[in-house]
Design a protein around this ligand. Structure first.
Ligand code: CP
Length: 310
């Protein structure tokens, strides 16, 4: 099949064959990461601008590495040191960057829908969503699917249990779709106060008791608990959250089989995940980070139309 996408706003724009093609391409990129010299000139002469309105370590750095490994010219734009501080709108910032020749913009924004707005306003440049509000985080979902597939093979019929703050998570919305697209069964668990009303729209099972949810799990995926949610009274204390919903060896044993542990990061150790699991043999967390570079390389390569010379 031919790749026709030029942007990635969310995973629902990708069919299963497209996702498979992208994951296959990520496998090739993964091999580049083991080479002493990781650079290929696939995107030489292309200008990519990363505009992050929210903090990020993994997504920002891995997008930047992916762009540099593919030979693109990279500009890292920062809200705190830009004319945004003087009141410039997102639209004018985007037009300004495009006028300077940007071929692609990678955007993280606290407002749900910001990447869609940007896509509408830009005339030529591709847009990649690096996380918008509590809405979507498509490259996180793709790197998670890639990582799990790398470890257990095809995801058809596999049980992926996602535990935590579903209500405020952009990761879970994209991940549930991506895992389902690849044939996995997705189960959500966590406090009812942190579950959205539209849970049925995600087409997944909800099991409030994590011990029951993880039975038969192939992967247990923990979501970050945001400390400000405690102030809002959505869960009583971090200790109590950990006792009731946090993942530790005791919970993992309830899977009744070998299950992998995943987390998008950044982690709250001792809250949603015990260090014994985060750093244990079942943990794929650092593999997820590495996959982030390979998957973002594959995405940029396919969407920006580069050619790899071996
Ligand atoms: N998983 C994730 O989006 O992490 P960052 O916020 O560090 O990019």
């Amino acid at each position: 099949m031919n790749w026709t996408q030029r942007n990635l706003l969310d995973v629902d724009s990708l069919s299963r064959p497209e996702m498979e093609l992208l994951l296959d391409q990520a496998g090739h990129m993964d091999q580049f990461l083991d080479r002493p010299i990781k650079k290929v000139p696939a995107l030489r002469g292309r200008l990519v601008v990363n505009i992050f309105f929210e903090p990020s370590t993994r997504t920002r750095v891995s997008f930047e590495l992916a762009q540099k490994f593919l030979g693109a010219d990279v500009v890292n734009w920062s809200a705190s040191t830009s004319s945004t501080k003087k009141g410039e709108t997102l639209r004018d910032t985007a037009w300004t960057l495009e006028a300077m020749g940007a071929d692609a913009v990678v955007i993280r924004h606290g407002m749900a829908g910001a990447p869609w707005y940007l896509k509408k306003k830009l005339r030529r440049a591709s847009v990649f969503n690096a996380g918008d509000g509590a809405h979507a985080h498509p490259t996180q979902a793709l790197l998670d699917v890639y990582t799990l597939h790398k470890n257990i093979g095809p995801l058809d019929g596999k049980r992926v249990v996602i535990i935590g703050d579903v209500l405020h998570s952009r990761v879970v919305r994209s991940n549930a779709r991506a895992f389902k697209t690849m044939g996995a069964e997705v189960v959500l668990s966590g406090p009812r106060t942190l579950m959205p009303e539209e849970i049925a729209a995600l087409g997944v099972e909800f099991q409030p008791d994590p011990a029951k949810a993880v039975e038969g799990a192939d992967a247990v995926y923990l979501l970050r608990i945001q400390k400000e949610r405690q102030e809002a009274g959505l869960f009583p204390s971090e200790d109590e959250y950990h006792r009731r919903f946090g993942a530790d060896r005791e919970l993992l044993a309830k899977a009744g089989k070998e299950a992998f542990i995943m987390h998008p990061g950044p982690m709250n150790r001792g809250v949603e995940i015990a260090s014994a699991l985060a750093d244990g043999p079942e943990s794929l967390i650092l593999q997820q980070v590495r996959s982030g570079v390979a998957v973002r390389m594959a995405l940029l390569f396919l969407c920006l139309g580069g050619e790899v010379s071996e």
